[in-house]
Ligand binder design. Sequence first.
Ligand code: NDP
Ligand code: 8X3
Length: 257
Amino acid sequence: MPKAILITGATSGFGEATARRFAAEGHRVIITGRRKERLEALRQELEGLHGTLDAHDRVHALHFDVRDHDAVVHAIAALPQAWSTIDVLVNNAGLAAGLDPIQDGNLEDWERMLDTNVKGLLYVTRAVIPGMIARKAGHIINIGSTAGKEVYPKGNVYCASKHAVDALTKAFRQDLLPYGIKVSQIAPGMAETEFSVVRFHGDETRAKQVYQGLQPLRPEDIAELVHYVTTLPAHVCVNDLVVTPTAQANSTTVFRG
Ligand code: NDP
Ligand code: 8X3
């Protein structure tokens, strides 16, 4: 039975790979993000896949900034009837901005991270939850981080935002328990996406250095895990899944060969 999966941040990295993974399995995907042209390209690609569903039943694109509460509410409320039942919400949109000691932190970077990673995740979840509660079914998957499990030097506000995701995942789980809604967190370590390019404000050379001498996780690895947690029987819920490259033990212990 095809499920409908709403993925925030599907224009790049984990979100894009997750959209491909679910679409390849014949599921229906709602792809979201700010970069319209990327959403459109992905929509066309996924519509072109072979499958039993009609092309326009396979993928739906929503263009909004998760930090804009009105835009989030409007986008979810305006979903066409055929797309209004969301079985799985993947709260993936997020970023790190900067890597500075707290005393040198840039306020704009701090606001971006907290507004996106914490408030944006809350806005989207709040808009999607009522349908899941009414149906007494659904699955919310939050993309946390090893940065939500421990703090590393200069990680300060990014780590705080991902600790918030960790806390919210546990809180959602408790509050949504009576409704049979599953809540899972996937907390990855180092993965090569556009993440470090964004963190270093477009400095691609510095971004590449982060992954030098080790095999980082790939977006497809995370997509595989997101897909996996949705395949388990109704009575089984993965609460938390921490995943790192084999060469990474934790945020500060990495083996570079
Ligand atoms: P990418 O930069 O490749 O992708 C980030 C995605 O988030 C993009 O699709 C972007 O879309 C979207 N996004 C960012 N800000 C907003 C916004 N304000 N509104 C809507 N969408 C937004 O990074 P990753 O795929 O690596 O990151 C995905 C998640 O995984 C993030 O939450 C990140 O913190 C987390 N993570 C990443 C790790 C890594 O090492 N890469 C490890 C652990 C966790 P657009 O710009 O089009 O809006
Ligand atoms: C991304 C992984 O190590 O840059 O969440 O914090 S890390």
